[in-house]
Ligand binder design. Structure first.
Ligand SMILES: [Ca+2]
Ligand SMILES: [Ca+2]
Ligand SMILES: [Ca+2]
Length: 402
């Protein structure tokens, strides 16, 4: 069955790539390393953290990391078992300075012979992922996307940009997430349409190769039985050997429904609700099923784009999705939680703690957001070694800790 609905793989590029007014005239001098003031949520202030020297962080421009207390998901030592986050998008510049060391790597292919399927998984030379549009190990943006700010690269950087490398940004999943790059949509012609068979192949690849979080800043309005079945196996069936957490974007362009995969009523779907600049739901956020709906910042977010060193200020619900995926990976990979299954992590940490945080966005205007959206808040997960300066209710958090 052909997917006749709009494919937001292209459209998410639009969602996330609407430039802020200040960006429309080109980046300000020194960007992204000079302080900006595009968010009212947390006043921009410089940060003096000797362990995090990324210039945008020190300039106070990563307010969105603080907003989800993302620094609590960082670690002093390398994580023994980082979480593989599969990012499904329109292409990736893997040699970007803030991304090249943050990639999931298929070791058999990395050490193997060019032109040979060294691990016998059916994909030749799939070192960091696969291009399911052009059936190629080269996941770089192609066609018109080569000349645009790269949406997929932006998403990957918001999941897991390299921290403490002096340049660019850091992200909640800098230490705990590694990005598997899966190109599932292109920029030109037929490649922009959702292809269910292509999506099913990408889902099978991601779970077979060990991805535990699947990040979809894309969404679509029509699905197929085959695709539904693949998502049900991954995101719903108890005991599934390919169980993973699907982080799904909820759009904020006034669409009448959230679209798939956010529309699935599956237990392992976490929906990313875009929080706008005024600490409330982003205007135009679509209705979504009740469930694991966690808010994350959407506006005034700096991410990486084209190689070798380009950054851009972006807004849109795509950003919320990637930030949330990185945050979940950063927390899940911590020694305290690393051994939990997807269902155990969701029940014990995401449902049991994060979604019960007292910190919530202000109520929205329509169901199911009338009571506000629980923010993706790592404050409750503080280990005691670290403290987040932005955890707004420290007393409540202390009481809530075991
Ligand atoms: Ca292979
Ligand atoms: Ca090979
Ligand atoms: Ca960096």
């Amino acid at each position: 069955m052909e997917l006749r609905g709009y494919w937001k793989g292209l459209c998410v590029a639009l969602l996330s790539c609407v430039p802020l007014p200040s960006a429309a005239q080109g980046p300000p001098p020194g960007f992204p390393c000079r302080p900006l003031a595009c968010s009212t949520l947390i006043p921009t202030r410089t940060v003096d953290d000797p362990t995090t020297n990324d210039c945008a962080y020190r300039a106070g421009n990563l307010w969105w990391v603080d907003y989800v207390a993302g620094s609590l998901a960082w670690s002093k030592e390398p994580r023994a078992h980082p979480i593989t986050v599969a990012v499904f998008d329109d292409g990736f510049w893997l040699d970007h300075e803030d991304l090249r060391n943050q990639l999931w790597t298929n070791e058999a292919e990395a050490r193997g012979k060019a032109g040979t399927d060294d691990d016998g998984n059916g994909y030749v030379d799939d070192v960091h992922g696969w291009d399911f549009v052009d059936n190629s190990p080269d996941v770089a943006p192609k066609g018109e996307c080569r000349d645009r700010f790269s949406h997929g690269t932006l998403m990957a950087s918001l999941v897991a940009a390299e921290r403490n490398n002096h340049v660019g940004i850091a992200a909640p999943g800098s230490d705990g997430a590694r990005v598997m790059a899966l190109r599932i949509t292109g920029c030109d012609g037929a490649a922009t349409k959702a292809d269910p068979a292509r999506l099913v192949r990408a889902l099978e690849y991601a779970t077979r190769m060990g991805a535990r979080i699947l990040s979809f800043s894309a969404h679509w309005s029509v699905t197929s039985e085959e695709l539904d079945a693949a998502f049900r196996e991954i995101a719903d069936r108890p005991g599934s050997p390919v169980a993973a957490i699907v982080v799904a974007s909820v759009p904020n362009k006034g669409e009448p429904a959230a679209g798939y995969p956010a529309a699935y009523d599956f237990r392992r779907i976490v929906r990313a609700i875009p929080i706008g600049n005024d600490d409330t739901l982003s205007p135009g956020t679509s209705p979504a099923p009740p469930g694991l709906n966690l808010g994350a910042p959407s506006a005034c977010v700096i991410g990486a784009g084209n190689a070798p060193a380009q950054y851009k200020l972006e807004q849109g619900s795509s950003n919320s999705t990637a930030i949330l995926s990185g945050l979940l990976a950063g927390i899940w990979s911590s020694p305290r939680y690393a051994k939990l299954s997807p269902d155990e992590f969701l029940a014990g940490v995401v449902i049991g703690r994060m979604s019960k945080t007292a910190r919530r966005s202000k109520p929205g205007s329509r169901s199911p957001y009338l009571d506000g959206v629980p923010l993706a808040d790592a404050c409750l997960l503080a280990t005691g070694r670290r403290s987040a300066s932005v955890c707004r209710q420290p007393e409540a958090h202390r009481e809530a800790r075991p």
